[in-house]
Design a protein around this ligand. Structure first.
Ligand code: NDP
Length: 399
């Protein structure tokens, strides 16, 4: 039915290719392109090992996604219906430019971030609204798990259960153990930039800042147990404050173990998380990028990963019956089960599956629009249904 160009052969790209290959009636042809073509070929081989027939539908290519002209010629050659960006946030704008130049729809899982400043926000991508609209094409932003499914959980709560949502706490728990003393579950550079920033939450129309990882609480996560979770800034809050009715406060929390936080503190204290270049024996190196080179590749963590993730939204507000309601919707995902299915750990899996479903929503026309959109702007019901079918079943309960 549709041709998809997937950009980025990392941990998430691996899952997206596997999951798209499982749905040939929607994804009739897949081109996986990335900076290092051997990584694309390895992913293709891993799909063939699971399903030999899928090989004929998958091709691979080398591309530098920072270079819009290179992207434009790749798009013109392959003629995809959709470009699915799971490279790094640095590439978002150059890939959106290439989509504009060629009139092709766009989807990503993380908002744009400039390389030289650890800052992410939707403004840069929302600024493409008029140009995408004029061109008659659609961009779907932030369609991973968080952002992504967490936004859709809120939209589902708003549609099915609440007249007004006043409080949202998004809680991301990884209760897994990969056996390494310190490793990040997705790209180390992007991950460490994110968690070393100041915390930020939204209350009564204002953004309030907190010192990095200074506010924490414990929560008893289903199927994982009690974990300490830390208040952080996360991008889905920026769009949800625009799209949820009656909101008074929204916060984002992520769990970290003591061992992880101690390593992080030491790395920060010795300057290894710096993003500015330093001179080393006549070479300019960025310490955080060097750190990425010596840390385990998140794509390889799956082998011995045990335990589960639990990500969800705790929502309070006025229910459809006019009474105050407290509601929790979440997914639990098992690292070892993900590895058995596609050869990846649960953090890559929980990002890659929603990206595939978002692409499916666009290719089948269930989500359609002209311009730039966040996922909560569409009907959550068909997406929620597909989560149950494609590996991320969810649970909801009133507390
Ligand atoms: P990885 O680092 O594992 O993979 C990124 C891939 O992009 C690599 O294969 C890399 O190539 C490729 N790449 C980087 N720069 C370029 C370029 N200029 N041109 C072409 N390819 C390039 O990251 P992850 O898979 O862990 O993460 C992918 C994305 O998913 C990130 O944007 C991340 O922020 C997002 N994410 C979103 C989540 C969500 O829930 N919404 C959760 C987790 C991640 P090479 O291998 O050659 O370096």
């Amino acid at each position: 039915m549709g041709k998809v160009l997937i950009i980025g052969a990392g941990g998430v790209g691996h899952v997206v290719v596997h999951k798209c290959a499982q749905v040939p009636n929607v994804f009739s042809e897949i081109l996986l392109a990335s900076r290092t073509v051997s990584k694309c070929d390895a992913i293709k081989e891993s799909v063939i090992a699971k399903d030999p027939a899928a090989g004929a539908r998958i091709s691979t290519a080398q591309v530098d996604a920072d270079n819009s002209a290179e992207l434009v010629s790749l798009i013109n050659e392959f003629k995809p219906d959709l470009v699915l960006n799971v490279a790094l946030p640095y590439q978002d704008l150059s890939i959106m430019d290439a989509c504009l130049a060629t009139g092709v729809n766009y989807l990503d899982t993380a908002n744009y971030e400039p390389r030289d400043e650890a800052k992410f926000c939707y403004k840069w991508q929302w600024d493409y609204q008029d140009r995408f609209k004029e061109k008659g094409i659609m961009a779907l932003l932030g369609c991973g798990f968080d952002p992504g499914v967490t936004n859709i959980f809120c939209a589902h709560a708003q549609k099915q259960h609440f007249d007004e949502i006043t409080y949202v706490d998004i809680m991301d728990c990884n209760g897994g153990d990969h056996g390494h003393p310190f490793a990040t579950n997705f790209n180390p550079e992007i991950n460490i930039r994110e968690i070393t920033q100041k915390g930020k939450y939204w209350e009564n129309g204002n953004w309030l800042e907190t010192d990095p990882l200074s506010v924490h609480e414990s929560f008893d996560f289903p199927e994982v147990g009690t974990r300490e979770m830390y208040l952080m800034y996360h991008e889905e809050m920026e769009s949800l404050v625009k799209h949820l009715k009656g909101l008074k406060r929204i916060r984002f929390w992520m769990t970290f173990g003591e061992e992880y936080l101690t390593h992080l503190r030491v790395l920060q204290n010795v300057g290894m998380t710096r993003i500015d270049a330093v001179d080393y024996e006549g070479h300019q190196i960025v310490p955080l990028r060097f750190l990425k080179a010596v840390l385990p590749d998140p794509g390889t963590l799956g082998v011995n990963y045990k335990g589960k993730t639990c990500i969800g939204c705790l929502v309070k507000g006025v229910g459809k019956d006019g009474k105050t309601a407290r509601y929790y919707v979440y997914n639990v995902c098992d690292h070892a089960e993900c590895f058995k299915e596609v050869g990846s750990q649960a953090v890559s899996y929980t990002t890659g599956v929603p990206a595939m479903i978002g692409a499916m929503m666009m290719l089948t026309g269930q989500w359609r629009g002209e311009g730039v959109f966040n996922v909560e702007q569409f009907d959550p019901s068909p997406f929620m249904e597909k989560l149950n079918i494609h590996g991320l079943p969810w649970v909801e309960k009133f507390l």
